[in-house]
Design a binder for this molecule. Sequence first.
Ligand code: FBP
Length: 250
Amino acid sequence: MPDILDKITRNGRALFLAYDQGFEHGPTDFNEANVDPEKVLEIADSGYFTGVILQKGPAEKYYWKKKYRVPLIVKLNGKTNLVKEVDPYSPQLCSVAEAVSYGASAVGYTIYVGSEFESLMTQEFGRIEQEAEEAGIPVIAWMYPRGKNIPDESDPKMVAYAARVGLELGADIVKIRYTGDIVSFKWAVAAAGKTKVVVMGGSKMAEESFLKMVGDSLEAGAIGMAVGRNVWQSADPLSITAKMAKTIWG
Ligand code: FBP
């Protein structure tokens, strides 16, 4: 029987290239090559990735126009880091129907678990879930504990709580932070239940440490990775991607 995740997984595992940082962090994350969405889409379309994550603008202006083979995941909400609020809210900016019109095989949405605005995001997410179900595409929830109620975003208890909220809300996949050790991450994966888990990359780190994180995440039960900077900020993006793919698919 076909699974809702078939289009964005290979043998049940996933490798997503995230490229929404131009909105979340600004072009400060980029150099002269990766500032160009076409260059990053070339990496995404190399055959290793099971999805590329874009906001609606690049989805329409770059992805849709060229019909890449890599499946598109449209991020439906987003915010800049210029508003220095303690408790973040990331508003929905694109509908499921619009994402589908750009060729989306899945949609994504960030929920800042623990923020004073959490209820706005969980409500928006509920509507998105329903619309995505009608459209027959999966929903990926970026589950990030953040705000004044969250003293430590990396606290394994918070990460596991966020993963569980993803299951409770009906997410098909949750994207969460690696907790730093296999035992506590296994607990986060267990908390997510039948909702699959992918791991976010974070800022660029030494290749060896990054690949260890990939291996440990998979060993703990994650189905894959959703990374950006550790790939397209690398001096050799396809080499690190090939190593990641080997860890994920063997
Ligand atoms: P990276 O692998 O580059 O960390 O991307 C993952 C991601 O979730 C992006 O999708 C998003 O833009 C960014 O991290 C958000 O990062 P922050 O922790 O600064 O909100």
